[in-house]
Design a protein around this ligand. Structure first.
Ligand SMILES: C[S@@+](CC[C@H](N)C(=O)[O-])C[C@H]1O[C@@H](n2cnc3c(N)ncnc32)[C@H](O)[C@@H]1O
Length: 212
């Protein structure tokens, strides 16, 4: 589910780490403070961690260095290959936010960075319902992702990208399922989580949801 963008990621795998380093001007602001953002996610995590959309393994590395047991779930074979080369001791399994292998161990934290927007809002809710079942009591969901305060803020970002002639970014913002803070808050609250948000750059927010 939500795998309609996979072709893009198979193609992007080789140059993805350059993009997050700010080399691509179109995505410079999206990935501003990338390293700090991943470190914040790692700092908020605990216990056994299931990470979705692991990509080239950059968040997985931070989580592993913090001493956690990490299993990465990633639908793109090219991305899994990159991540496995970077972190040979970690498991990167084929799966997505909704369809993934049942973890062998209890899960305390579900983590992800820059990936949850691949799901529509109803798929996001479907995923959160599953995570509420899967997580241990007081378990956490810690996600970093692009969110907008309102639909008007999203429209403003699209117009700004078009005016800067950042057409890849403008199309991306229209094509994928970037949602609003209020919708994200609703999804977590109605499914039994206490949720807080912290802005990390013009696009990315840290989302911390604790199972009540
Ligand atoms: C922008 S990259 C983020 C990678 C990494 N987490 C990071 O912070 O650099 C998005 C990742 O989500 C993966 N992805 C795409 N659709 C997905 C889905 N439905 N479920 C889980 N991951 C997905 C992509 O293959 C890609 O590796």
């Amino acid at each position: 589910m939500g795998r309609e963008f996979l072709g893009l990621f198979d193609e992007w795998a080789d140059s993805y780490d350059d993009s997050v380093a700010g080399i691509d001007p179109q995505y410079k602001d999206v990935f501003e403070n990338y390293d700090i953002i991943l470190s914040r996610v790692a700092k908020c995590a605990f216990g056994n961690i299931l990470e979705f959309g692991a990509g080239t393994g950059n968040l997985s590395k931070k989580l592993m260095e913090s001493g956690y047991q990490v299993t990465g779930i990633e639908p793109s074979a090219a991305m899994r290959k990159k991540a496995s080369l970077k972190l040979p001791s970690l498991s990167f399994l084929e799966g997505d936010f909704i369809n993934f292998p049942t973890p062998a161990e209890p899960v305390h934290t579900i983590a992800s960075s820059f990936a949850f927007h691949h799901l529509t809002d109803s798929e996001k809710e479907e995923a959160v319902i599953q995570y509420a079942e899967l997580l241990q009591p007081m378990g956490k969901i810690v996600f970093a992702d692009t969110l907008f305060e309102t639909d008007d803020h999203k429209e403003f970002a699209i117009n700004k990208a078009q005016n800067q002639e950042f057409m890849d970014l403008a199309e991306d913002l229209q094509r994928e399922y970037y949602t609003t803070l209020s919708e994200m808050e609703r999804i977590f609250k109605v499914n039994g989580f206490h949720v807080t948000f912290e802005q990390m750059n013009d696009f990315a927010w840290l989302i911390i949801a604790v199972k009540k």
